[in-house]
Design a protein around this ligand. Structure first.
Ligand code: UDP
Length: 421
């Protein structure tokens, strides 16, 4: 199949850990690579955010990244990109030329706007291109949790559901998202589920673990934004100290790659100030951005990985920790409800509950045998269910279903009025 991926802000070639660079970048890159391995020809369209970027970057056999001129060629917050989606659609349809793809797959709501726009131009010429959409995050959920802090453009309120209604098929990444999509009025029969995956060649239990400074280490990995709930891990370290477990360090990974960037990062400053106020400043280490290749050794160095966001569309970090055989303590929200099995591969805690988090961590740290069993079961679950090859196969099924429905609709429109002759 000839597949076009659209990922307006999240380039598969970007460094990870910044405010707008995380799971979506990983997802688009890994899914596209896996689809290319299955023999498909994939082109990923993303916005040019640097004038020096080449127009096309060949990534591997059957996979190219195309940088489209859409708005100024510099990094912009993703919430400022909507005005450039029609230019992105111009670039995509120009690249398609006279040979549109078999499917176009939008990632995040704004890419869906551009994908539908590009496809519509070919539809009117008699070449229907089925549009599939993965939202990665939903505005309704974000607004519910972030309220006035949500910086999404107001148009998201109506454009996102409209993308949901107009795309041929929606690919949700977890069961909680299916529920949210249905609440937006998208019928269940147009939704497929294909989760995010984990790179099992990179993330595994064998391999080095970086040294730690204390008896126990817990790690929290992700973009340094308040909704990731990393402050709860800081509070949990203080609560563990109150229970006499003083020899615990918390390693926080993510954010800027250099110390100047970290020093000026408001969330990094907030976390360090909180640690100081709670008397655990000497036990909280802020590492900054870690390159992907170094992530497994970091995860393996921890007794437990904490993922306690307020909400989480999917959450790849817990899968990476599970694949490394490290137990996860996760808030029971979004994708983490599907990936982490309470008492089997990790522990669930209610969101925004530092007491519950400290209790779960104490349970694991004080019973290394239990932690090892959970870690081993997590590794098994990650390997059995979340390889990118399996995710690509599920995604391919969704593509085929959209292609056959579009073909059937085309045939139906060719039937003479009044039925058989
Ligand atoms: N990540 C990384 N380096 C960092 C911070 C994060 O490589 O310094 C990666 C992390 O390993 C994971 C992704 O960024 O693959 C974050 O994805 P997740 O779905 O957990 O969160 P999102 O950023 O999508 O909210």
């Amino acid at each position: 199949m000839k597949i076009s991926m659209v990922s307006e802000h999240a380039s598969p070639l970007a460094a990870l850990g910044g405010v707008d660079a995380g799971g979506q970048n990983v997802h688009v890159a890994a899914l596209s690579l896996a689809l290319a391995r299955r023999g498909h020809s994939v082109r990923i369209y993303t916005r040019r955010d640097d004038p020096a970027l080449p127009a096309v970057v060949p990534v591997g056999p059957g996979l190219d990244v195309v940088h489209v001129d859409a708005g100024p060629a510099r990094v912009l917050p993703k919430d400022h990109l909507l005005p450039y989606m029609s230019e992105l659609a111009d670039g995509i349809s120009a690249d398609w030329g006279s040979a549109p793809p078999d499917v176009v797959h939008g990632h995040f709501w704004m890419s869906g706007v551009a994908a539908l726009d590009a496809a519509r131009r070919f539809d009117t010429q008699g070449y229907p291109v089925p549009v599939l959409q993965t939202f990665h995050a939903l505005g309704t959920v974000k607004k519910r949790h972030q309220g006035t802090e949500d910086t999404s453009p107001p148009e998201r309120t109506w454009l996102e559901p409209s993308v949901g209604r107009n795309a041929d098929r929606i690919i949700a990444t977890c069961s909680d998202e299916v529920f949210e999509l249905k609440a937006l009025g998208i019928p269940g029969h147009r939704i497929s589920v294909a989760p995010c995956g984990v790179d099992l060649d990179l993330f595994g239990s064998a391999g080095p673990a970086e040294p730690r400074n204390r008896r126990w280490r817990i790690a929290a990995v992700g973009r340094l934004v308040p909704r990731k709930g990393i402050d709860l891990a800081v509070q949990a370290v203080a609560l563990l100290a109150e229970r006499g477990m003083n020899d615990v360090e918390l390693l926080i990974v993510g954010g800027a790659s250099d110390s100047a960037g970290l020093a000026s990062d408001p969330e990094a400053r907030r976390l360090l100030a909180l640690a100081r106020d709670l008397g655990v400043g000497d036990r909280v280490l802020l590492r900054g951005q870690v390159p992907r290749e170094e992530m497994p050794a970091v995860l393996r160095s921890a007794d437990a990985v904490v993922c306690t966001p307020w909400y989480e569309p999917f959450g790849i970090v817990p899968l990476e920790a599970m694949a490394c055989g490290v137990p996860v303590v996760a808030s029971a929200v979004g994708g983490l409800i599907d990936t982490v099995v309470h008492g089997k591969t990790g522990l669930h805690v209610p969101p925004k509950d530092p007491e519950a988090l400290a209790k779960a961590l104490a349970e694991l740290l004080q019973d290394p045998g239990y932690a090892t069993r959970l870690g081993a079961a997590g590794r098994q679950r990650a390997r059995a269910r979340y390889s990118w090859d399996r995710v690509a196969a599920d995604t391919e099924k969704a593509y085929q279903s959209a292609v056959s429905r579009t073909a059937a609709a085309g045939q139906a429109s060719l039937q003479p009025l009044g039925g058989a002759l």
